[in-house]
Write a protein that binds this ligand. Sequence first.
Ligand SMILES: [Zn+2]
Length: 135
Amino acid sequence: MQAIRSTNTKPELAVRQLVHSAGLRYRVHFPPLAGLRRRADLVFTKQRVAVFIDGCFWHGCLEHHHDVATNSQYWSPKLLGNRERDRDTTSKLEAAGWIVLRYWEHQQPAEVADDIERNVRSIRGFDNLRNAIGR
Ligand SMILES: [Zn+2]
């Protein structure tokens, strides 16, 4: 399964680039919660926003998963485990006061980036932060 990457995929890189050009700064592949050994794809530590761009294959997107899962007998338990883990990660982060944004890699990078930007900018404290650094 070397052909199917789970990090640094093309859509993820495109989204990161767009969000960066919009002037937002974030950590990449960073664990939002100390003690929870799970990384988000983009992490806005000040605003407490964790973004996951889920691969259609690894995370079982209903639109595209079946196109690539040729050996579903073998992959199903692993994929179900991934989905379960995704839900668990989301609920642990939300319980700790984080906003969790999840997207599929098949979504248009521009739409995903806009949505991320809107969410991050809507968080209280972001404008104060911008004033503090004089932008
Ligand atoms: Zn998909």
